[in-house]
Design a binder for this molecule. Structure first.
Ligand SMILES: Cc1cc2nc3c(=O)[nH]c(=O)nc-3n(C[C@H](O)[C@H](O)[C@H](O)COP(=O)(O)OP(=O)(O)OC[C@H]3O[C@@H](n4cnc5c(N)ncnc54)[C@H](O)[C@@H]3O)c2cc1C
Ligand code: FES
Length: 354
């Protein structure tokens, strides 16, 4: 059993107990202290703090997200750093009106259904042993059996369905979790260990502006949770969904969203966009081209962007050119292990959106 240390979080002045084999962010999130974070795997630098006192082991932080000189200066990424003594950290804590965070807990899940929903894309439904309370758009960490690592996958199901989560998982060739497990024999009835909810990419439902949602590939998953949440709970938001994929075979849930659109009285508009195939009734080009054509200006909207980092970056640039401010844009980048090995994951300090 590992020793337990006390983490003092400034400027909040709260104390959190953290095991010597547990990362500091994990301890905080489980004890209701919600500090800035996004990827939770040492890649994006969102969780960077100042270590004011005490010793930490930096863990598996990317050398780009936490440079050598920053380590010497006393910075750490708390999603990978584990304490080696009592520690005091100073985090960049920002209060957000009307936002409630839910503590992270562990779940014993069982695969209830698994299907191929698009090319190299699987929908996995997991029954949980107790309810998961979360904000629509958040993600879970799933333990990959036999490897002692976790992978992050967004919940496509809404909070109103707390006992069965839906995940949409794309195969990454050579990937440990997707190629090596989900696509290599995961079956109905298999046990799945997971924890959550994580992330700050979720619907700000107190904001009344119309919402533009842009997803690439399985970046659709958290957007689906937001859309279902709005429409199923009777929230008043106007929603515009853009789902980008290469070809029709890479799209999924087309009929589902077409039906929602037809039943929504104009409150929900769905635009699938294909970059490598022309299909009648669907837009051609990049997802950003379709948004560009539809909106003269995006002023007065909020936007949620999710998927491969280059798509998220391109959509961000477009929306800012269309007069949306950083405070109106929320993003989730689907970083993987390869992104940890380069500097593409480091965000502009201008955009602190999730
Ligand atoms: C917040 C968040 C939410 C996400 N939600 C989803 C989702 O809903 N759906 C979804 O499909 N994905 C999602 N992702 C991505 C997901 O977490 C995984 O990264 C993805 O599924 C690949 O995992 P893997 O284990 O299959 O691949 P990994 O084992 O992580 O490997 C990924 C790639 O990196 C290469 N690689 C491995 N190690 C290294 C190394 N050291 N150096 C260079 N390259 C290396 C591998 O060969 C492979 O090509 C999300 C990511 C984040 C951060
Ligand atoms: S949340 Fe820690 S580096 Fe991304």
């Amino acid at each position: 059993m590992s020793q337990t240390y006390t983490i003092t979080v400034e400027p909040l002045g709260v104390e959190v107990a953290c095991r010597g084999d547990q990362n500091i962010l994990d301890a905080c999130l489980r004890q209701g202290v919600n500090l800035p974070h996004a990827c939770t795997h040492g890649t994006c630098a969102t969780c960077k703090v100042d270590v004011l006192d005490g010793e930490v082991d930096f863990g598996d932080a990317s050398g780009f997200a936490l440079m050598e000189f920053e380590r010497t200066e006393g910075k750490a990424l708390i999603c990978t750093a584990v304490p080696q003594s009592d520690v005091t950290i100073e985090a960049d804590v920002e209060e957000e009106d009307g936002v409630v965070f839910h503590p992270v807990t562990d779940f014993a899940g069982t695969v209830a259904a698994i299907e191929d929903c698009a090319r190299d894309t699987r929908r996995v439904l997991i029954d949980l042993d107790h309810d998961i309370v979360f904000n629509p758009g958040q993600y879970v960490q799933v333990s990959i059996p036999g490897h002692g690592v976790t992978r992050s996958w967004s919940m496509a199901s809404p909070p109103g369905q707390p006992r069965r989560v839906e995940l949409n998982i794309r195969r990454t060739p050579g990937g440990l979790g997707s190629d090596g497990w989900v696509f290599a024999g995961l079956a109905v009835g298999d046990p799945v260990s997971l924890s959550g909810p994580y992330g700050r990419f979720f619907l700000r439902d107190k904001r009344a502006e119309p919402v533009i949602l842009i997803g690439g590939g399985t970046g659709l998953a958290p957007l689906k949770a937001m859309i279902r949440h709005v429409l199923e709970t009777g929230l008043p938001h106007q929603l515009y969904l853009y789902h980008g994929a290469r070809t029709r075979a890479d799209l999924y849930d087309v009929e589902f969203f077409q039906r929602l659109e037809a039943e929504s009285d104009g409150r929900f508009r769905y635009r699938p966009v294909l970059s490598e195939e022309d299909v009648v009734g669907m837009a051609s080009g990049f997802v950003t081209d379709a948004v560009d054509a539809d909106f003269e200006t995006c002023k007065g909207h909020t936007a949620y962007l999710c998927g491969p980092p280059p798509m998220v970056e391109a959509a961000l640039g477009l929306l800012m050119r269309k007069r949306l401010f950083p405070r109106d844009i929320y993003r989730e980048d689907f970083f993987d292990a390869a992104d940890k090995a380069n500097d593409s994951a480091i965000r502009s300090p201008l955009i602190r959106t999730s």
